[in-house]
Design a protein around this ligand. Sequence first.
Ligand SMILES: Cc1ncc(COP(=O)(O)O)c(C=O)c1O
Ligand SMILES: N[C@@H](CCCC[NH3+])C(=O)O
Length: 461
Amino acid sequence: MTTTLRTPQSSPPLPVELPEANEPAAPAGPLGSPWPASARPGPNGDLLIGGVGLAEAADRFGTPLYVLDEQEFRSRARAFRRALPTAEVHYAAKAFLCSAVADWVADEGLGLDVCSAGELRLAAAAGFPPERLLLHGNAKTPEELRLARRLRVGRIVVDGAAEIPRLAALAAADAPQRVLVRVLPGVAAGHHRAVRTGVDGQKFGFRITGGDAADAIARILGQPGLELTGLHCHLGSQITGAEPYLAAVDRLVELLAEVRDRHGVELPELDLGGGHGVRYLAGDAELDPARFAAETTARLAARCAEHGLAVPRLLVEPGRAIAAPAGVAVYRVLSVKRGTDGRAFAAVDGGMSDNPRPALYGSAYEVRPVGRPATGPTATFDVVGRHCEAGDVLVHGATLPADLRPGDLLAVPAAGAYQLSMASGYNLVGRPPVAAAREGRLRLLIRRETVEDLRAREVGR
Ligand SMILES: Cc1ncc(COP(=O)(O)O)c(C=O)c1O
Ligand SMILES: N[C@@H](CCCC[NH3+])C(=O)O
């Protein structure tokens, strides 16, 4: 007997006109992507973001400083919802989370994907609706599972066998916990091997090959306190084409059919994770949400029809694609030097402690001067950080004014994801403040971390 638990999206989607492959998620502004759509030149060489001058912002809050363009964040969140009207879009908190961001995500009608007690508690304290929370993690502690239950999070993604009895013991048959099971579709995608998570041989999820996923599914289905709503995968991050998602859909629909054949159950949800790529450099490709949506929903409908399955509801978890383009980092040049081989270095007051991505993944960024005329001769600089490592280079080979000098400001776009959320305490410089710009107003969301903050954790000597 076949049980259809729920079929939220039972008819195949209408044909959708595909946008051009490189079409941006949000309309580009005068500076083009990777700058926020609101970015435009201001008086005296200033750069306006959300109507706020970055030079003025730097005067007010000091540097390094992160400015978030609230409208850019919101319009990118909205673009995902518009592209996938019958899906659930969860913003991935790991990209960057604070209470204001939780508010924007809630206002725009998205869910929130969290993966620690910290992210969970911050979201709950900000008043984020718990039923729209989804908890991830390959190593959730028993306390995190208890907290998730106590806060009544909507869904938990089961990532390992030990979680099944732990969760089952916390859940009750009269108030079952909705869970998804994370599986490895065998698709490698993403900008660096450290972020490719869709294949066997890394720490996340259950292997489909060898039967681990099938065993986990059978065990979950045998627990009256757990309601298995579907399958989850996350392939990797900074994926710029839809093809890897289509390959994952193929594999996951096969698994849904196997579950139906073995257990007589049609699982009603399919979560394709995040990973949608953005532009860091003007010439980069980005994965447009509308194109992603059109291609994946068409493939899903076709594969489900082949297997005689009702089309499950899609879930997606974009993080970077919503947050990265909304952020601009502002640094002040502290020192300008010529190297032995004729290279020029511009050393700034931040570095790998606020943006570890270049050092970790070799990531490239644009940079432009702010608050001074950018006309005149240019030279090539490595924009380096202030930390005690030669590898602390934020931007390699940047074209900047040849007369760049200490005191000048530099702005780096696409800085809203995986920078502050991965910031460290290296050299005790303190993490930078975050301010939100909207309609010409700037408000501080997070103040600068001070040595007093760091010393407050010391309880002995
Ligand atoms: C399970 C899961 N979902 C969503 C994301 C968000 O990814 P991205 O910021 O690349 O969209 C990640 C991180 O890559 C993840 O591990
Ligand atoms: N930190 C990575 C992305 C990891 C995504 C988390 N699964 C980056 O900056 O590209």
